[in-house]
Design a protein around this ligand. Structure first.
Ligand SMILES: O=C(CO)[C@H](O)[C@H](O)COP(=O)(O)O
Length: 232
């Protein structure tokens, strides 16, 4: 299965993403520690934060991936780590969300670090364009899995009624490997109750982390053509 993030784009959608990112970055205050999310929408946020740093804002960022670290370095956003402190706010994207603020994350294979940073943050702000909105979540659930455990995790996902698809990459022959050195798969279900499935996946030994974020997001900034709707 190819990366589910290969979902096209277009200028209109990029503008919605940027609107959402700008709205979230406006919440950052002088002195804040900011969790830096991963993905194209979060990248807009890191770049917008960089502009505010240029104008004198005093912040430190905690990246959620090698990718977001690289963007922060390029934008001169000073960095710190969970060894030193925890974020006042994290700004990160999502692959899908529902009205209860359940999120599916991990299209960029960074959901394990993203969840660690989000759970450590005082305020969790999600940035999306309106195409991510769902009445019922049914997006494939990313799984970061210990390579050794793939057969037993596959079996458990199938017992839960899903299909287990190891994620592949065009960048090399073989599986997508996370920043933590584990393989990444997608668990595909027709539809699911996010809290119940999250509970089940929490209990699967060999799954380092899954991409269902339940009870974590405080607000979702939804970029639309005519502005940003903040869903709380
Ligand atoms: O969870 C993520 C990475 O692991 C991303 O936040 C998610 O995939 C959304 O990315 P984009 O803003 O590019 O659509």
């Amino acid at each position: 299965m190819k990366n589910p993030k290969d979902d096209g784009g277009g200028d209109r959608r990029e503008a919605m993403k940027k609107r959402s990112a700008d709205s979230a970055v406006a919440l950052v205050e002088d002195g804040d520690v900011v969790g830096l999310g991963t993905g194209s929408t979060a990248e807009y946020a890191v770049r917008a934060l960089g502009e505010r740093v240029d104008s004198g804002l005093d912040v430190r960022g905690i990246p959620t991936s090698h990718g977001s670290r690289a963007v922060a370095v390029e934008e001169n956003v000073p960095l710190t780590s969970l060894d030193v402190t925890t974020p006042d706010i994290v700004i990160d994207g999502a692959d899908a969300f529902d009205a209860d603020l359940n999120l599916v994350k991990g299209g960029g294979a960074a959901h394990a670090r993203e969840k660690v940073v989000a759970r450590a943050s005082d305020r969790v702000v999600t940035v999306v364009d309106e195409t991510k909105e769902r009445e019922t979540l049914n997006a494939p659930v990313p799984l970061e899995v210990l390579d050794f455990a793939v057969p037993v995790v596959r079996e458990r996902v199938e017992e839960l009624g899903g299909r287990f698809a190891l994620r592949e990459t065009d960048a090399k022959d073989g599986a997508v490997v996370s920043d933590n050195g584990n393989v990444v798969a997608d668990a595909v279900f027709d539809g699911y109750d996010a809290p119940a499935l999250a509970d089940e996946l929490d209990g699967v030994t060999g799954v380092v982390e899954h991409g269902l974020f339940v009870g974590i997001a405080d607000e979702v900034h939804v970029g639309r053509d005519d502005g940003v709707e903040v869903v709380r």
